[in-house]
Write a protein that binds this ligand. Structure first.
Ligand SMILES: [Ca+2]
Length: 127
């Protein structure tokens, strides 16, 4: 039992968010829609990461953990803005090797904003 728990914790640590942040535009500076500051675990429902994925995290995983035009053009959280618009890559041109065309991230791609608004009523997320 302890071995299973230890393995689970190890896998959780290996899959933690810092691995993926450099793979998306502005991955280190996604604004927290619940309070001031940065959402550290961009693909997770918990702002510090780990635990269940948010819709963007699921889409990122389903896209093979890569940022491309397909993921960029999605509106994972159904708030009316594409992932690229929210992450500062509205034209979907950013890549790890071409990071120069970004503007600041202006929203969270996995959390419908504004949280609690009528358009986000279908979202299960609450701050
Ligand atoms: Ca969106």
């Amino acid at each position: 039992m302890l071995k299973v728990l230890a393995l689970t914790l190890l896998v959780s640590a290996v899959l933690a968010y810092p691995t993926y942040k450099p793979l998306i535009p502005n991955g280190f500076s996604v604004p927290n829609p619940c309070q001031q500051g940065i959402w550290q675990g961009v693909g997770h429902l918990a702002h510090l990461g780990a635990g269940p994925l948010n819709p963007f995290g699921e889409a990122f995983r389903n896209n093979g953990f890569k940022w491309d035009r397909t993921l960029c053009m999605m509106d994972s959280d159904n708030d009316g803005r594409t992932n690229g618009e929210e992450l500062g890559d509205a034209a979907c041109r950013w890549s790890e090797t071409n990071p120069a065309r970004l503007t600041a991230a202006s929203g969270h791609p996995g959390i419908c904003e504004p949280v609690g608004s009528a358009k986000c009523a279908g979202s299960n997320f609450r701050c």
